[in-house]
Design a binder for this molecule. Structure first.
Ligand code: NAP
Length: 371
């Protein structure tokens, strides 16, 4: 299809968005038909998602107004979701602002500005009929140049392209490297029975196994957290295993998505065991479904234990920061997986670097692993 046959819908937070306006100008100059709408307009009127458009371009915010650790999860989901269910044979593109490095460069980026890659790769794996693009721009690149680059990237015939442009306007294509844990540098942190390590999701599944090994290696007092009550069979079995190792371990029932419960949790653990010096955030939710089967509310529910849970914990710990805060992310947040678009989004957005910048006594790690 040539641009003169194309009909392009451009979506952004405000109609005055400079990248959207520049795109319209340049698309009109190549004879494409264009229309600009806001995310709110698109949410109100589903007729926009009809097959009369050939291209759908969603522009993420260039900066974030968020001062706190809280992510505006609902708006982030809405922006990605609005164009993800576009009609057959169309092209969808997300223009985001992660510095050209998808948020992983030396600048600490807010995930609100760069959270589309894992999600879009999942959508691509579900929709072979569609062309998918994620263009990650440095926020300093002028709008006219963003428009030029976007038009060039959208013109390609590849089924998927995830491409970054940094502040030197170099074109970057992310490459995954296999890591060998044996090569990791040991952290200069010491642990003893004086320490208290809070492990969310730590009474069940993979995280329970990690918590038990961590307890055996460090002798630290362990505080395991989940929504289940302590008489839950799996929780009770895990507690028995800690007891058999003669480790101090208590279980706390708490919904991590509720900020008041998390504040109370931190207070109770501190009173009963002592100051929390380490955190492993393993709680999460994964409900595999194709993207068109998931409502906004269901997407929020799926990502919240991981994302809102992390932000509630970081806020509750801000006045008493631990030595180490590790969060379990997943390889799916990097590669995407069919049926896992929102899980991929949650894992890609689980970024803790801002807390480390503001609390230099805390080391952070978001660990994306596979099994
Ligand atoms: N399984 C894999 O292959 C894999 C691969 C890569 C990464 N990961 C990551 O590793 C972690 C553990 O995976 P898993 O498969 O063992 O998970 P899982 O069996 O699904 O366990 C999830 C845990 O999170 C807790 N949880 C969920 N919502 C919560 C909430 N609102 N408040 C408090 N706790 C909550 C659950 O406790 P309750 O049921 O008591 O609420 C449960 O202990 C997850 O973060 C996952 O994303 C897993």
């Amino acid at each position: 299809m040539t641009w003169s046959q194309a009909k392009v819908l451009i979506v952004s937070d405000e109609l005055s968005n400079s990248a959207a306006n520049a795109l319209t100008k340049q698309l009109v100059s190549v004879s494409a038909e264009t229309e600009e709408v806001t995310y709110q307009q698109l949410l109100r009127d589903e007729n926009y998602l009809t097959d009369s458009y050939s291209h759908f371009i969603a522009i993420l915010p260039q900066t974030s107004n968020q001062k706190q650790e809280t992510l505006p999860v609902e708006q982030m989901i809405q922006r990605l979701k609005t164009i993800a269910t576009a009609p057959k044979n169309s092209c969808i593109a997300y223009v985001q602002f992660g510095g050209g490095y998808f948020g992983s460069g030396s600048q600490v980026m807010n995930p609100e500005t760069c959270c589309a890659a894992g999600f879009a790769r999942s959508v691509h794996l579900e929709r072979s009929d569609m062309r998918v693009r994620v263009l990650d721009m440095d926020p300093e690149i002028p709008p006219d140049y963003i428009a030029e680059l976007a038009i060039a990237e959208l013109s390609g015939t590849e089924a998927i392209a995830t491409v970054g442009y940094n502040d030197k306007k170099e074109r970057l294509v992310p490459q995954n490297r296999l890591q060998q844990p044996v090569n990791y540098n040991k952290r200069a942190l010491s642990w003893s029975e004086e320490d208290v390590i809070l492990v969310t999701g730590g009474a069940k599944g993979i995280t329970a196994e990690c918590a038990l090994e961590l307890g055996k290696h460090t002798n630290a007092k362990m505080a395991l957290v989940g929504r289940s009550q302590s008489d839950n069979q799996e929780v009770a079995r895990t507690l028995e295993r800690f007891k058999a190792e003669k480790l101090t371990c208590r279980y706390y029932s708490c919904d991590l998505t509720n900020p008041d419960e998390v504040t109370q949790l931190v207070e109770t653990v501190t009173t009963e065991l002592d100051k929390i010096t380490g955190v492993v955030h393993g709680a999460g939710m994964n409900k595999p479904r194709r993207v068109e089967q998931v409502s906004l509310e269901e997407a929020i529910a799926e990502v919240s234990p991981k994302l809102i849970g992390a932000s509630n914990l970081l806020q509750a710990l801000a006045s008493k920061p631990p030595k180490l805060f590790i969060a379990f992310s997943s390889i799916i947040g990097v590669t995407g997986m069919p049926g896992n678009a929102w899980y991929a989004f949650a894992n890609e957005s689980l970024v803790l670097r801002r807390f480390e910048r503001e609390h230099q006594e805390t080391q952070v790690l978001s660990l994306a692993y596979s099994v």
